[in-house]
Design a protein around this ligand. Structure first.
Ligand SMILES: [Zn+2]
Ligand SMILES: [Zn+2]
Length: 162
């Protein structure tokens, strides 16, 4: 199992592809391509790691858009549907997102004390779940593994506290 670090901003071409994909989805939904919608995609693509919807709202605001909250919240389901973002932490009260476009698939270990999120790729999981899906006649389109526990440093502080 190897931890996988985020790669940061996508190269220009990949980012253009992502914006194009988003524009196609807007078109399919009869939604207009507005400056703020394009700004939301670009802000999302330049995010590194795992982030909340409100952090994205903040980024869009920093680009000079007034009160973008409602627009960002309405855009998130579209970003998920177009495969630009994926939900990361879906259990617990914190909901996080991350860029999926142009990124290798990975899953997450989550500390339920401090919220640390560790990314991992583990081919055996991937193989097992393909077998499992096949056995049940499923064609997999997505999956989210979230392994919840207590990280090493929280275990360490617990030992010192007791
Ligand atoms: Zn922890
Ligand atoms: Zn991740």
């Amino acid at each position: 199992m190897r931890a996988h670090l985020n790669r940061g901003e996508l190269p220009g071409a990949a980012s253009t592809d992502a914006v194009d994909r988003f524009k196609r989805l807007l078109h399919d939904r009869a939604l207009r391509v507005t400056d703020i919608r394009v700004a939301i995609v670009k802000a999302a693509l330049s995010r590194v790691g795992h982030f909340t919807a409100d952090e994205l709202v903040h980024d869009v605001q920093a680009l000079g858009f007034q009160d973008p909250r409602a627009t960002v919240y309405r855009a998130i389901p579209l970003l998920l549907e177009s495969g630009i973002l994926q939900p990361t932490v879906v259990s617990g009260e914190r909901r996080l997102y991350e860029v999926a476009f142009g990124k290798e698939h990975h899953d997450h270990l989550i500390c339920n004390r401090c919220g640390t999120v560790v990314e991992f790729q583990f081919e055996a999981f991937e193989m097992l779940q393909r077998d499992l899906a096949e056995k049940h006649g499923f064609r997999l389109t997505a999956h989210f593994h979230e392994l919840i526990g207590v990280c090493a440093s929280c275990q360490e502080s617990e030992r010192h506290a007791s």
